[in-house]
Write a protein that binds this ligand. Structure first.
Ligand code: CA
Length: 656
């Protein structure tokens, strides 16, 4: 090993030196031969040379083998038609200078030193430290190499790759949820199984892009390192959640793409077995992934779908269980239901806001298999083909998503309400919250997540965005919900109006019941009932789009000059006070903007406290009037209310 590193040092030149003529090739790692099935067709010469003791020549022959190899394919890399964005060009070129693109939340990229410091941690956000080890600039460097033919990209990639191997050895790694990352060994960042799995997937891309420029010595190190990655995953799977799914999917990729490894079939089988099992565990019968986060739901669809594509492309589709495809289909179906007509998603849980450009490649890929779903086809073709579903509003009761919509196009009004079962890490205590979209504008964007985890400062920022009261739901004394386990009391969408009713045992001593009436599919009336022995302050929290303002009469409204606005009024049968508070919305990591956040408060003794809210889409809020009152006392068997909008009366009633 010493001799190897002496030679590797030659490769570990500062960035400027990387532009000099090629340093000498890496010595071979003979361990590679024991990892490969040398009796595989096509490997005869490799085997013969290895048996004859000429491993140098065997390694050269191995490189030759991979350059000629056929029968293995990946639908995810096209080395002929290189698709590269300007952003990827920048990541690649900055990567050549060791300014590494690690995270969109931390731009411009940091410089990691002429002699790369893989432990550099300029901001103690765990994601910044972990995601460095995904080397997101490497595949773009491969594309630049293909695009320009400039071998400096390949030489620099090989140098950085070997530098990373040398400085980030896999030492003892114990899987634990309780590692103190501020003081943890580097191995817990560089070899976290999620990062390892990411590298398993994208080193396939790098391998294919750089294959014409590889030298045989490097190839042997690459393969030994890749094998170590796959084996590390098999011994350190995450317990649950999207991490486990990613790890399984990428182990499948490793097994399918490098069948030359003796362990490849086992990796493939293990990954497929986990995916086949977890699609039953992690995906509810209504299609939603159990973290209840639209972003990780999308990620999960692509995990299951991409594994399916990879296995299908290489003839292993039969190894996935019956029902797998239908489950993925249902995941796509719930996604287009809960998303808005402009492709954007509610930012529930840790979700970021995705847009059309982000979603289109996924829909286009899904349409290849689910093109018989007319809505998938419509989304994939931006409306040129396909058609909208033959229904409007829809409840997904198991996962607790209720979609109330007037249409599917840009002129529609749509509320997506979230009131589901307990969920996992990326979920937040937000039961009863909603986003409301009208004619292209989201009037109640979720606060988002802003950051994930890290030092105390980072965790406090995260905590701000995940707390209950920054969601559009009801709290007791401003506290986070103690329990998040909503169930459906009522759902009706047959007539002119929709009704949804959900209930959450929010606190030990207080239950929150929320009724949503989508009256004539034109405006919303929300009735909130807080009952139980609790005494204290009950708050009804609303968090608005930037620019919304609170008026002296306690109403809230927007005043966009394009005439696409809302008017919100809250009433109660208890005395009401309204209080404006700090409000933020974060649509992407580490970015946020100020917005109106307000709580309508009522004091609660032993009796229930009730609120009634009217949300009216308007052209000009000052030109409209709204009144509402609850009829009768709190009734566990139903609700009744009188609402007056611009002089017209509506009698709302629902009996359970
Ligand atoms: Ca949230």
């Amino acid at each position: 090993m010493k001799k190897l590193f002496a030679q590797l040092r030659l490769l570990l030149l500062p960035a400027a030196a990387a532009f000099m003529p090629s340093p000498c090739a890496a010595q071979i790692d003979t361990a590679v031969f024991s990892l490969l099935s040398l009796d595989r067709p096509g490997m005869e010469r490799v085997a013969a040379l290895h048996d004859a003791g000429d491993d140098e020549a065997a390694a050269a022959e191995l490189l030759h083998y991979f350059r000629r190899r056929s029968g293995v394919t990946t639908p995810f890399v096209d080395t002929v038609n290189i698709a590269i964005t300007d952003e990827e060009r920048r990541w690649a070129d900055e990567g050549m200078e060791h300014r590494f693109f690690v995270h969109t939340g931390y731009q411009p990229s940091f410089h990691y030193g002429d002699d790369i410091d893989w432990q550099y941690w300029p901001v103690h956000d765990n994601e910044l430290r972990w995601q460095l080890h995904r080397m997101k600039w490497w595949a773009p460097m491969g594309k630049r190499f293909r695009e320009t033919g400039d071998e400096r990209y390949a030489r620099e990639w090989m140098a950085q790759y070997l530098d990373w191997m040398r400085k980030n050895p896999l030492t003892a790694y114990h899987r634990s949820e309780n590692i103190e990352l501020e003081t943890a060994d580097n191995v817990y960042f560089a070899w976290r199984p999620l990062e390892v799995s990411d590298r398993l997937e994208f080193q396939i891309h790098q391998f294919l892009y750089f294959l014409p420029a590889l030298d045989a010595g490097f190839l042997t190190h690459f393969l030994v390192n890749y094998h170590r990655h796959a084996e590390h995953i098999t011994g350190h799977f995450s317990k649950q959640g999207n991490h486990l799914l990613f790890e399984a999917q990428r182990l499948v990729f490793a097994g399918v793409f490098f069948p030359e490894f003796r362990d490849a079939a086992q990796w493939r089988a293990r990954g497929a077995e986990i995916l086949g099992r977890e699609i039953g565990v992690q995906v509810y019968d209504d299609g939603m992934q159990y973290e209840l986060d639209p972003h990780y739901h999308l990620e999960s669809i692509n995990i299951f779908y991409n594994a399916l594509r990879m296995m299908t492309a290489n003839g292993y589709r039969d190894e996935l269980p019956d029902g797998y495809l239908d489950k993925v289909r249902s995941m796509v179906e719930i996604l287009y239901n809960i998303s808005f007509p402009d492709y954007t998603n509610p930012m529930f849980g840790d979700a970021k806001q995705h847009d059309r450009d982000f979603l289109l490649p996924s829909y286009r890929a899904w349409a290849e298999v689910f093109g018989d779903d007319a809505m998938v086809l419509r989304m994939a073709t931006e409306g040129r083909e396909g058609s909208v579903p033959d229904y409007l509003s829809r409840a997904f009761r198991t996962s607790g998503f209720y979609v109330l919509r007037s249409g599917w196009d840009g002129g529609a009004t749509q509320m997506t309400l979230k009131a589901g079962p307990p969920a996992f890490w990326h979920n937040q205590p937000d039961n009863g919250t909603f986003e409301l979209w009208h004619r292209g504008r989201n009037f109640f964007p979720d606060s988002g997540s802003y950051v994930y985890a890290g030092s105390r400062e980072i965790n406090e920022l995260r905590q701000w965005f995940r707390r209950t009261r920054v969601h559009n739901t009801l709290t007791l004394d401003g506290r986070d919900l103690e329990r998040t386990d909503s169930h459906c009391l009522a759902w009706s969408t047959g007539g002119k109006s929709d009704v949804a009713a959900v209930e959450n045992p929010s606190y030990d001593s207080l239950t929150h019941r929320r009724w949503v009436f989508f009256v004539e599919r034109r405006f919303f009336v929300i009735v909130d009932e807080a009952y139980g022995p609790a005494e204290g302050s009950v708050e009804l929290n609303y968090n608005f789009i930037e620019g919304a303002e609170l008026a002296a009469d306690g109403s809230a409204a927007t005043s966009f000059p394009d005439g696409n606005n809302i008017l919100v009024r809250v009433f109660s049968d208890s005395p009401l006070a309204v209080q404006e508070r700090e409000g933020w919305v974060s649509r992407s990591y580490r970015s946020r903007s100020e917005r109106l956040s307000a709580a309508w408060k009522a004091a609660k003794g032993g009796d229930p406290v009730r609120f009634i809210t009217v949300i009216l889409p308007v052209d000009d809020a000052s030109a409209h009037s709204v009144e509402a009152r609850l009829r009768g006392e709190f009734d566990p068997h139903g609700v009744a209310a009188d609402v007056k909008v611009d002089g017209r009366r509506y009698k709302l009633r629902y009996n359970l």
